[in-house]
Design a protein around this ligand. Structure first.
Ligand SMILES: Nc1ncnc2c1ncn2[C@@H]1O[C@H](COP(=O)(O)OP(=O)(O)OP(=O)(O)O)[C@@H](O)[C@H]1O
Length: 960
């Protein structure tokens, strides 16, 4: 087995307790506290060092480490400050231990996490809270004393110069101005929560900024000055705290200041000019003609609308002769583009209206000077990925290999050339390399041909893997000021940070060698000191407040409570028998791979088996292929024109390598592009409907007529492969489903919940406490910032009923589950809307609006992939999660669509899982994932090591 780096933490104690509680016959997970290797979208490859999950720690002798199964396993030494009492388990784990199949309902109630000011957890105060993942136990944050303040952090501890790697000049090309020692020494001088506030002059925003937003504005404004280590930073406030409005305020503030300066003094203009000069350009900017153009509402094409004033509105943007200088570029997921537009429209007054362009769609301009006319341009990550030359990875590629060796990554798990080819990675042609590096290439889009004053990456975790096309493209954007907005900046490992540093040009950490030698090596040598150093490094560029952060002793926002129910239901007899057979077949197959020593080679197959088990928990028909063929007529027509050889070859490929190149999970409704890359239909649709029109892997043109499903290809290669049986089976399954022969326990549970909400919503006696029993027992937990778990035995009741109708969002990660659900909702005449990745942006926007505004629309069914980020859906006070996502932060993000500013009612969340299935074990993995994230943010200093799904993880999942 490969070597694996272990987190040695006090959570071992917790796990041992769990083991004693497990029911007879339950499979104990040998590596329960080991770092699970999950990525944001799902599993990382078994031991495969996905770029975002590289292990970067040196081996340490074991002192109090967890004893792994391999003798080569490497242990991590915990600082003494991190030995804390064992923490009780989450009810889901305990629930799994009941062993009697009885339903268990754990309730997680959000109480504002109280953290006293000065307690380092009292908001933004440095690494822990600065990173924002300080855990709350009974309302108190736990931090190691080492992180309580910066006083104990002698700068000598941070002497990067003593680092041989550093001394050897790996970062030697950086100026002394950027010397990391200066940066963190400066940062150490003020590790307290920023308190300075700045407000906008009256008349710019239509709503007042909240106190924490004024602090954010002051902080952001200051970070855009030359005194900062890089111009910009990471605003990492919790989801829903108003990162959007803070950013809009920054844009307005900077424009207002620049305008005042230019009116007042020519000297000041000169200063402003200097401040805005593009430091990546040799030529100073020259004055640009600017126009005031107001945003054209939030509907239609978002074209420009000339403002009343034609006076200069965009401060100091200038042309440099070669590249037009443009304003602010907002890059965000397609699903939130219109929401940004709406915020800009609604939150900015008529007088201060910004000119806004949504740069999206097939008809988008190719003229860079056109982009330069707007104050704000909004676009999607996919378009950036398509249009902007990728920043070269040469250095990092070398590093990856070199450092992987250093960190005990088994060679068999490395992303070998062979593996890349299997997965369809394009061979790098010299031509492409050149093309990527040259923005004068005619294929390079308008986005890359302007110099931006400011680039803002919303949901910046999208670039957490610095090797991806999208991350490299974002890095390639020319910009003076750079911002990352993310409520979940670290999802997997410390390496996630590297990608942000690289984008931000946060020298010297923007060079992997320096990041490695100045951050990762110190952590591995002495985690306590190393993390203090990271704390300081982050402090200089990151602001993070959670919903529980206190300002002057008061919570920064007063949100109604959030209650999370874990609803464990059992299968029907038919479902159980179907599942049991599937599980035992999968286990046998897994054992066969294990016995043959071919687990690595069969990684994709193993994930596919897991996918089927997970889907079977939702509805057996998902496994049996109920879902209708995703691709449309265009695809079928085009497939008929392909030669049989091409069809067979594509089909073979589609059947042999089932990993989606977008989400890294086995694809749902798998399709293959003509260029040979495999995706979930939903994932590839994001690229097509987003009008980016190009394959995220190789940039080949994409459209619906170059995307083929298995059944379409089978039809074309009919005789040998037997398409007829497949479509027959599909018809049969659908018929079976429609006849109700195979109902799903989860669907029934959803309908019961909706029914009960509908009844309770009408009733006069709704409780005032969101369904919390009066005798609730406090339940400690360390895995969520602001959640306390209590045990509840009664069915949660609905929140208090006020005038607004009770609305529910239902999430599933599979569109086929949404299909099935649709059928049941229609049958019960429940009015709903749907949002998934295959829909156009306009259709998604319409669905959100109708759900929010139409009192008759009580339900929104959403794909977790398309709908978990950014959207404001406070009309809903109930959230149902139909299935478990590997990474719990994804679920948290989904829940926060409803639990955010603007929510006036308690929010109830129901996670539905099936007992005695793989879902029990995924819940346990999620616990590990939460623990890993906590580690990464300083709770147990194990961060960055928990990055891989090991063979033992898989054995656990398959109960082998
Ligand atoms: N000062 C304010 N006054 C009124 N409404 C506000 C204010 N600040 C934020 N909001 C509203 O709160 C909601 C959440 O804000 P926003 O979308 O900016 O949060 P966010 O931090 O960007 O969330 P996410 O991380 O999920 O994208 C929005 O509907 C926004 O309009």
């Amino acid at each position: 087995m490969d070597s694996a780096i272990e987190i040695s933490s006090d959570s071992d104690v917790e796990i041992q307790e769990t083991r004693t509680n497990l029911p007879q016959g339950s499979t104990l997970r040998p590596h329960f506290v080991r770092g699970a290797s999950l990525n944001a979208n799902g599993l990382t490859r078994m031991g495969l060092p996905l770029p975002s999950s590289r292990n970067g720690f040196e081996a340490k002798p074991v002192t109090n480490g967890y004893i792994g199964s391999s003798q080569q396993d490497v242990k991590r030494v915990l600082p003494p400050s991190l030995t804390r009492p064992p923490m009780p388990l989450r009810p889901d784990i305990v629930g799994a231990s009941n062993g009697n199949g009885s339903q268990f309902r754990g309730v997680y109630t959000v109480t504002p996490a109280v953290s006293a000011p000065g307690n380092f957890g009292g908001g933004y105060g440095g690494f822990h809270d600065g990173m924002g993942m300080g855990r709350v136990i009974n309302g108190d944050r736990l931090f190691p004393p080492s992180g309580a303040h910066g006083a104990g952090a002698s700068t000598s501890h941070f002497n990067g110069g003593s680092d041989p790697l550093h001394r050897n000049g790996m970062g030697e090309d950086r100026s002394s101005e950027n010397d990391e020692r200066l940066i963190y020494q400066a940062a150490l001088q003020n590790l307290n929560q920023p308190k300075s506030e700045v407000d906008l002059p009256d008349g710019l925003l239509s709503v007042p900024l909240m106190k924490h937003q004024k602090i954010a504005l002051a902080w952001m404004f200051q970070k855009e000055t030359r005194s900062a280590p890089c111009l910009g930073g990471i605003l990492a406030d919790d989801q829903g705290l108003g990162k959007t409005i803070s950013t809009i305020a920054l844009i307005l503030k900077q424009m207002h200041e620049a305008k005042s300066k230019s009116e007042n003094s020519s000297n000041q203009v000169a200063e402003a000019l200097d401040l805005d000069a593009d430091d990546e350009s040799e030529n100073p900017f020259v004055k640009q003609e600017s126009k005031a153009i107001s945003v054209n509402g939030v509907n239609g094409s978002f074209g420009m609308k000339k403002g009343k004033d034609e006076e200069a509105s965009t401060s100091t943007r200038k042309f440099n002769g070669k590249r037009p200088a443009a304003g602010t570029l907002i890059v965000c997921p397609a699903s939130v583009v219109r929401q940004w537009a709406r915020e800009l429209d609604e939150k900015v007054t008529e007088e201060a209206k910004l000119s806004v362009l949504i740069y999206h769609g097939g008809n988008r301009t190719k003229d860079p000077t056109e982009l330069a006319k707007y104050d704000v341009v909004m676009t999607t990550y996919a378009i950036v990925s398509n249009e902007v030359p990728k920043k070269a990875l040469k250095d990092d590629d070398e590093n990856d290999e070199k450092y992987a060796d250093n960190h005990g990554l088994a060679s068999g798990f490395s992303m070998s050339k062979k593996r890349k080819e299997v997965l369809g990675a394009p061979k790098k042609s010299k031509k492409r390399g050149k093309k990527n590096a040259d923005e004068s290439d005619p294929d390079c889009g308008a986005l890359a041909k302007v110099g931006w004053l400011r680039v803002v990456l919303d949901e910046a975790q999208t670039i957490k893997n610095h090797r991806t096309q999208v991350a490299r493209a974002c890095c390639g954007l020319r910009a003076k000021r750079r911002w990352c907005l993310s409520g979940t900046p670290i999802q997997n490992t410390i390496d996630d940070l590297y990608s942000y540093f690289r984008f931000l040009r946060y020298d010297p950490y923007a060079v992997y060698k320096s990041f490695y030698s100045t951050i990762k090596v110190p952590i591995s040598r002495n985690s306590q000191i190393g993390y203090k150093k990271l704390q300081a490094i982050l402090k200089a560029i990151m602001l993070r407040r959670t919903k529980g952060t206190l300002l002057d002793g008061q919570p920064i926002i007063n949100l109604p409570p959030k209650t999370i129910n874990l609803s464990k239901v059992d299968f029907s007899v038919e479902e159980r028998s179907f599942y049991t057979k599937l599980e035992s077949d999968s286990r046998s197959q897994f054992k066969a791979y294990a016995d043959a020593g071919t687990l690595n080679q069969n990684y994709a197959n193993i994930l596919l088996m897991l996918l089927r088990l997970r889907q079977a928990c939702d509805h057996p028909q998902l496994v049996k292929g109920f879902s209708s063929d995703s691709v449309g007529k265009e695809s079928e027509k085009a497939a008929k024109k392909l030669s049989r050889e091409v069809c067979v070859s594509l089909l073979n490929r589609l059947e042999s390598s089932p990993i989606c190149r977008a989400c890294n999970d086995p694809p749902e409704a798998p399709v293959i592009t003509l260029c040979g890359h495999i995706f979930c239909y939903q994932c590839v649709s994001e690229y097509i409907t987003g009008d980016e029109n190009s394959c995220p892997v190789c940039r080949e043109q994409l459209a619906h007529d170059v995307v083929f499903s298995k059944s379409t290809l089978r039809t074309c290669a009919a005789d040998d492969i037997g398409c007829s049986s497949s479509s027959h089976a599909k018809g049969l399954n659908k018929a079976a489903f429609q006849n109700g022969e195979f109902s799903s326990s989860k669907i029934k549970t959803v309908l019961d919940i909706l029914q009960s909400l509908s009844n309770q919503g009408r009733g006069p006696n709704s409780t005032q406490n969101g369904g919390m029993p009066s005798s609730s027992l406090p339940y400690d937990v360390d895995d969520d910032d602001d959640v306390t778990i209590i045990e509840q035995t009664s069915v949660p009741s609905t929140p208090p009923c006020n005038q607004a109708p009770v609305k529910t969002i239902i999430f599933s990660q599979w569109t086929s589950m949404l299909d099935v659900l649709e059928f049941s909702l229609n049958e019960k005449t429940i009015e709903f809307r749907r949002l998934d990745g295959t829909m156009s942006l306009a259709a998604r926007d319409r669905a959100v609006k109708e759900f929010s505004n139409d009192p008759d629309v009580k339900v929104m069914i959403m794909s977790l992939k398309a709908g978990n980020l950014g959207l404001n859906m406070v009309a809903a006070s109930h959230v149902i999660l139909l299935d478990l996502w590997w990474n719990p932060t994804t679920e948290d993000q989904a829940i926060d669509r409803a639990h955010r500013i603007g929510q006036t009612r308690p929010v109830t969340v129901t996670r539905i899982t099936i007992t005695n299935t793989v879902e029990d074990r995924i819940l346990a993995l999620q616990e590990e994932k939460r623990a890993m994230v906590a580690s990464a943010f300083g709770e147990d200093h194990g961060g960055g090591s928990a990055t891989r799904l090991t063979v033992d993880d898989l054995k656990y999942l398959f109960m082998v």
